[in-house]
Design a protein around this ligand. Structure first.
Ligand code: DGT
Ligand code: CA
Ligand code: CA
Ligand code: ZN
Length: 595
């Protein structure tokens, strides 16, 4: 039981402490496996789909992947007493600024430790001054070049204060870069090219971009890559690997491998590290050591050590180890390897499964397109139904729609639908609203008005910083309203810009399951709300989901892949998502129709 007067720590705050322990252990030169254990625990807690306090209270810490006995005990100390003596002991040994120095590119934990112990440099500012004054070259193994590199690194660090880039910004940059690279080379220079790393796994934020290439002319590829106009800085230049910095400060690593290494290399550089470690352990048990090139026999029962196996595709590598191919979005060591062994991986939802959209805006509120323009864009993009759900009145930031506005929208929608029916076009508009959940949990439109609409989305845009109990109760009240079909972007987070609200999602999702309220995965890359892990939890609790672009313009219709891949990170199948169903069937799944 936690003491009543302790401030409640959220998952992110707990994760940060374990990540900090990992950093401190690195500087102190502790055991590598111990360091990885703390790093994995931190990530696992950050991505956990339940409140860590609830997991702790239920005595279920050990069921979380990455949390073993030692770390469970420390979480218990932290949540019961407010501190971890072990962490306090470590922080007392290392100045905070030394940990910060590790964030400078090219300054690893070993260098940070030496700078501190041998030159008494204890923070980034002192490091900068020392490098400028040429005082670092006195260290063995350092020279004027290393000082230059450090200064460049510090500049880069300052430029990207938050060093992770939201996927919505990273992906277009990476895709544009690949197109430019291909255009800069003679045709056929590159046989294969793919994004790897966190971008291929569709993580919400990207540390750096990893690109993998097969080519018989690695030097030409390297030169073209480093010569791209967006390469404002060359961070590394090898024969088969180079790194550049983009104007935003984001780093791009490009590696060229030989065709027979492709399968192992793509798997290795896709990660995640935790997934790779688990696959490597599995290989080890079968007498193979796995690296980024191949499998090599090592204590194999039937083969001499050193026998190599190559794989042109990932599928062949996984199959060799007795695993079904694992979609990159699932490679987070959260049950996918066991499922792949048992041939029990889910058939994940795909873009083509979506046939309708249930949350969109027009010029009636803050959208940029008229109803007719949005409808035309949706129809030609292949949608078969489209719910117009402008904001209700009373949301200060935008103009909203009142009962009279809804009547006007209804007339326009009826007119367009009549046209589609007459022309035999398989497309229908629906009339809905995105009704604001007001501070007290009442809604921005009266029940009598909501009852006339086809699909009601309820969302919170204001008062997101309410304390946990208030915002949870407020949301529960909306979920229990029989006219509310869909809960829109449940946490209100904006990736990299606004933290999720303090809402108790576990309780809210339970209420959604009980009342038949559909939970949204908002596909807009600034939101991705629910996240993959929470979407998985929602389905576990019995909820149905909807994946919506929340389009405010015709261009936004193209953002759907972000929602689909977020769903896939949550192990979601087409059957879990209502807008994969034809119109009549989808309507039958809404709360209104089930009463
Ligand atoms: P990021 O860049 O922080 O968003 O995340 P990733 O997953 O793209 O990580 P990154 O760029 O450091 O490395 C790409 C992949 O390469 C990573 O997912 C797994 C593999 N990898 C890189 N370094 C290591 C390592 O030290 N050990 C292992 N096992 N794998 C590594
Ligand atoms: Ca990366
Ligand atoms: Ca990388
Ligand atoms: Zn909206």
């Amino acid at each position: 039981m936690s003491a009543p007067d302790l401030p409640r720590l959220n998952n992110r705050q707990v994760a940060e402490i374990f990540a900090a322990i990992g950093d401190l252990l690195q500087i102190l030169g502790d055991n590598r496996f111990k360091i990885i254990a703390y790093q994995n625990a931190a990530r696992s807690i950050e991505e956990l789909n339940r409140d860590i306090n609830a997991v702790h209270a239920a005595g279920e810490l050990r069921t979380v992947p990455g949390i073993g006995q030692a770390i469970a005990e420390k979480i218990d100390e932290l949540l019961t007493t407010g501190s971890i003596p072990y962490y306090e002991k470590l922080t007392a040994q290392v100045p905070a600024g030394v940990v910060e120095m590790m964030r400078v590119p090219d300054v690893g934990p070993k260098t940070a430790k030496r700078l501190w112990e041998e030159l008494e440099i204890t923070n980034v500012d002192e490091l900068k001054a020392a490098a400028e004054a040429g005082r670092i070259r006195v260290l063995k193994g350092f020279g004027a070049k290393s000082e230059e590199k450090i200064l460049k690194g510090i500049e880069l660090l300052a430029r990207r204060q938050d060093s992770r880039t939201p996927i919505g910004a990273a992906r277009p940059l990476a895709e544009g870069l690949i197109a430019d690279l291909l255009a800069a080379l003679a045709p056929q220079t590159i046989q294969k090219i793919e994004l790897a790393g966190s971008l291929r796994r569709w993580r919400e934020t990207i540390g750096d971009v990893d690109i993998l290439v097969v080519s018989a002319q690695p030097v030409a590829v390297m030169e073209a890559f480093r010569g791209l106009p967006q390469a404002v800085d060359i961070l590394g230049a090898g024969e088969r690997k180079s790194s550049i910095a983009l104007p935003s400060g984001m780093q791009v690593d490009l590696r060229v491998v030989e065709a027979p290494h492709w399968g192992a290399a793509l798997a290795y550089f896709t990660g995640s590290q935790a997934h790779n470690v688990a696959v490597r352990e599995l290989a080890q048990k079968q007498g193979w050591s796995l690296n980024e090139y191949s499998l090599t026999s090592d204590a194999h029962p039937d083969l001499p050590d050193g026998t190599e196996r190559f794989f042109e595709t990932e599928e062949e590598l996984y199959a060799f180890l007795g695993l079904d191919w694992v979609a990159p979005e699932l490679r987070e060591n959260s049950g996918e390897i066991q499922a792949a062994r048992q041939h029990a991986l889910p058939r994940l939802i795909e873009l083509a499964d979506i046939v309708g959209e249930l949350h969109s805006h027009t010029t009636f509120s803050d959208g940029k397109g008229t109803i007719a323009e949005m409808a035309e864009a949706a129809r030609s993009a292949g949608y078969r139904y489209w719910n117009v759900s402008d904001h209700s009145i009373g949301l200060g930031v935008t103009q909203g729609v009142d009962a009279a506005g809804l009547a006007e929208q209804r007339a326009e929608i009826d007119r367009l639908n009549t046209g589609y029916a007459a022309a035999g076009v398989d497309f229908r508009l629906l009339l809905g609203t995105e009704v604001e959940v007001l501070a007290d949990g009442t809604l921005g439109l009266p029940d009598g008005v909501l009852a006339t609409l086809d699909v009601v989305v309820a969302s919170i845009h204001t008062g997101l910083r309410q304390e946990r109990e208030s915002i949870t109760e407020r949301c529960l009240k909306a979920v229990r309203n029989p006219h509310v079909d869909i809960l829109g972007h449940p946490t209100g987070r904006l990736i990299g810009r606004r933290e999720p609200s303090e809402i108790d999602l576990e309780r809210v999702l339970q209420a959604c399951a009980e009342t038949g309220t559909i939970v949204e995965i908002n596909a807009h890359p600034s939101r991705l709300d629910l996240s993959g892990p929470y979407a998985r939890r929602a389905v576990e609790l019995g909820c149905k989901l909807v994946i919506n672009c929340d389009a405010h313009s015709r261009e936004d219709i193209d953002l759907l892949p972000y929602g689909i891949h977020t769903a896939r990170r949550g192990w979601i199948t087409a059957a879990d998502v209502i807008n994969t169903r034809p119109l009549g069937e989808m309507l039958g799944m809404l709360k209104d129709q089930r009463r």
